[in-house]
Design a protein around this ligand. Structure first.
Ligand SMILES: Nc1ncnc2c1ncn2[C@@H]1O[C@H](COP(=O)(O)OP(=O)(O)OP(=O)(O)O)[C@@H](O)[C@H]1O
Length: 271
């Protein structure tokens, strides 16, 4: 069975099991006089790899930041994994099982790959410094758990042989792999990837697509991406935006050839 057939089949399965993981209703965002989002409704189901696309200034990053709780909408509501996230700090949202891989490479440059993963794990520590002394047995158990999780993530991301290498000495594509590894440390149910393929050549982006496919089972993945090749190959569905509004949504092949979407990209290119 071809990859396209597998994705097609997965899409059909997803439509049957309609467990909603992300629900945004009437989301708007104003920055002073600028309306970055003008009313977005969005439903994403468990297990989907969902893309958000659109020309520069369409509002993708603003929507993405709102969906993962980094910024609050001006009006409207967002539910993640069944919980309304209004008023929650990004840290509390993360505890729901949400992880974000940032647009920048986002690794600790002078630390080894393994140290990077362990730092990422410590950021999600359930004990404060005082708590670590009071619950030292639990802390040690947690630390051991982080170490085994880091080993798992090294395997998943194909970074085992690089585990003792200093992050800044890794090739660009490998650093990006590590950045995904950091986001995978808490084993999130919902994984947000912000322009993961930016700056990659076709070979790196193909290997990145394979990685995301491998880590996707059991999670929902949301990607903002300019590279339409990645969207086409990876996503089950996508939302195309323009000027703060939804333009089209559906399977990438249909959305990308829709005249309104083509027009939005051409219009942006003319500006
Ligand atoms: N912090 C901010 N303050 C003021 N205006 C903002 C801010 N963030 C975004 N905007 C404006 O909101 C609109 C949408 O921006 P946003 O970054 O969400 O678009 P985008 O689709 O992600 O664009 P790009 O692909 O270039 O990153 C733009 O007009 C932008 O200038």
């Amino acid at each position: 069975m071809s990859v396209a057939e597998i994705i097609q089949q997965q899409t059909v399965v997803k439509n049957v099991s309609a467990d909603v993981v992300v629900q945004a209703t009437g989301v708007t965002k104003k920055y002073g006089g600028i309306a970055a989002l003008k009313g977005i409704d969005l439903t994403i189901h468990e297990g989907e790899i969902f893309g958000i696309i659109g020309p520069n200034g369409a509002g993708k990053s603003t929507l993405f930041d709102i969906l993962c709780g980094i910024i609050q909408p001006t009006t409207g509501q967002v539910q993640l994994l069944g919980k309304t996230i209004q008023g929650m700090s990004a840290h509390v949202v993360a505890r729901l099982g949400v992880a974000r891989r940032f647009q920048r490479t986002a690794v600790f440059a002078e630390a080894t790959v393994m140290q990077n993963l362990l730092f990422a794990a410590h950021q999600s520590f359930s004990h404060s410094m005082l708590g670590r002394f009071v619950h030292s047995k639990h802390w040690q158990e947690e630390r051991d758990a982080f170490f085994s999780r880091a080993q798992e993530v090294l395997g998943i991301t194909g970074l085992w042989d690089d585990r003792e290498r200093i992050a800044c000495t890794l090739a660009y594509g490998v650093q990006r792999r590590l950045a995904v590894g950091l986001a995978l440390m808490p084993d999130p149910k919902l994984l947000f990837l912000d322009e993961p393929a930016a700056g990659m050549d076709d070979q790196d982006s193909d290997s990145f697509i394979t990685l995301v496919r491998e880590v996707a089972p059991g999670r929902t993945v949301i990607i903002v991406e300019h590279d339409m090749r990645v969207i086409r190959k990876l996503c089950h569905r996508c939302l195309a935006m323009a000027d703060g509004r939804p333009l089209q949504r559906g399977q990438p092949a249909d959305v990308l050839q829709h005249p309104d979407v083509i027009e939005a990209y051409l219009g942006a290119a003319d500006e």
